[in-house]
Design a binder for this molecule. Structure first.
Ligand SMILES: O=C(O)CCC(=O)C(=O)O
Ligand SMILES: [Fe+2]
Length: 356
């Protein structure tokens, strides 16, 4: 990223951030300790679990975002990833570009990502939780071919790979617990959705948002909704994640809470739940003085599943609101549109919505 402010980063006037944004009071903090103290048995009907499920239901249906504490991910694992990420992003650009992503393989380092065709002020490093990851070769409607995509690890820092893999395993466990709570909150068996995540496309992203000379014009990530099932995000104390409040459409900042994860619903849960739970728009605002780090875990199922409302949640009175679509191709289309400015609108779930 050059020191001169590049017009590629400038958001359209109606998308630019308001710098005196207020901190959200409305993002619920949910204490997951009932899952730690008693071993979590799927379908568990004890009062602490029922209370937790009710809290998850309220947060998912009203806000689409929540924070969890007492989540069971050891802090040391996150700290190792934080140090590795700081060391990696501090390397010279040529060194980072040795593990740069390309058209074929979207894993690795990248510093030119776009969201909705405007460049984000950030650099990222992505790795797959299941390596190699199997994805459709393209997002073409008739595509039946798949390809394997493998992680690329830098030579330095030496322990980045081990730190990242160990961290991802622990966060994946948390993601499964959240998925089970969400399934229960939709009156489904706890493990109803778990099978879709065998050979998952889950990915961890290390984000660095450098201090920006024009935080009034650019964004770290432009307004978007996450595409997959759910996102489990660790953020540092700087703050900058803004959520569009559903009740009045105002942008509010998620206040960083120590040793917590921010969880948000993605498009896939919106489709599965037939709109009971909606994915929420969010963005990343920048800071003129401080860099910020965040590490989202995108919990995404295997490529071969079909995106459609779950049969159990569709009735005559509440018919399916979406046409069926290949999840793998939807996933692939977003990876390509992030890579290049396409000059066309990205594929969104609204394109699969039925007009009933
Ligand atoms: O960095 C953050 O806080 C959020 C990043 C994000 O929304 C994304 O990468 O999808
Ligand atoms: Fe996001």
């Amino acid at each position: 990223m050059g020191s001169e402010f590049d017009p590629d980063f400038i958001q359209k006037p109606d998308q630019r951030p308001n710098l005196d944004i207020s901190e959200a009071e409305s993002i619920p903090i949910i204490d997951l300790s009932p899952l730690l103290t008693s071993p979590f048995i799927p379908g568990d009907d004890t009062l602490p679990i029922r209370t937790l499920v009710a809290e998850i239901k309220a947060a998912c249906s009203e806000v689409g975002f929540l924070q969890v504490i007492n989540h069971g991910v050891p802090i040391e694992l996150l700290e190792r990833v934080q140090s590795a990420a700081k060391e990696f992003f501090a390397l010279p650009t040529e060194e980072k570009r040795r593990v740069r992503r390309d058209d074929e393989n979207f894993l690795g380092y990248y510093d030119m990502e776009n969201t909705k065709n405007v460049r984000d002020w950030k650099e990222v490093f992505d790795f797959a939780v299941n390596n190699p990851m199997i994805v459709p070769t393209s997002s073409e409607v008739k595509e039946t071919r798949v390809q394997e995509i493998s992680n690329r690890w830098p030579e330095y820092p030496k322990d980045m790979r081990d730190a990242c893999i160990e961290y991802a395993k622990a966060v994946e466990k948390l993601a499964f617990k959240l998925l089970e709570l969400m399934a229960m909150s939709l009156d489904l068996p706890a493990k109803r959705l778990n099978g879709y995540f065998k050979d998952s496309l889950s990915r961890v992203r290390l984000n660095r948002y450098p201090a920006c000379p024009s935080p009034d014009l650019a964004l770290g990530v432009g307004p978007h909704k996450d595409q997959g099932a759910l996102t489990v995000l660790a953020q540092d104390e700087v703050g900058g994640l803004d959520v569009k409040r559903k009740s009045d459409g105002q942008w509010v900042r998620v206040k960083p809470a120590p040793n917590s994860y921010v969880i948000n619903i993605g498009d896939l849960i919106q489709v599965w739940s037939n709109d009971k739970y909606e994915s929420t728009e969010h963005r990343v605002s920048l800071n003129s003085e401080r860099e910020r780090f965040s590490f989202p875990f995108f919990f995404d199922p295997a490529h071969h599943i079909i995106m459609k409302p779950l049969d159990e949640l569709v009735t005559e009175d509440n018919p399916a609101k979406y046409n069926e679509f290949s999840w793998g191709r939807f996933y692939r289309s977003r990876r390509s549109s992030n890579f290049q400015k396409m000059g066309v609108e990205n594929l969104q779930i609204s394109h699969f919505r039925k007009n009933n």
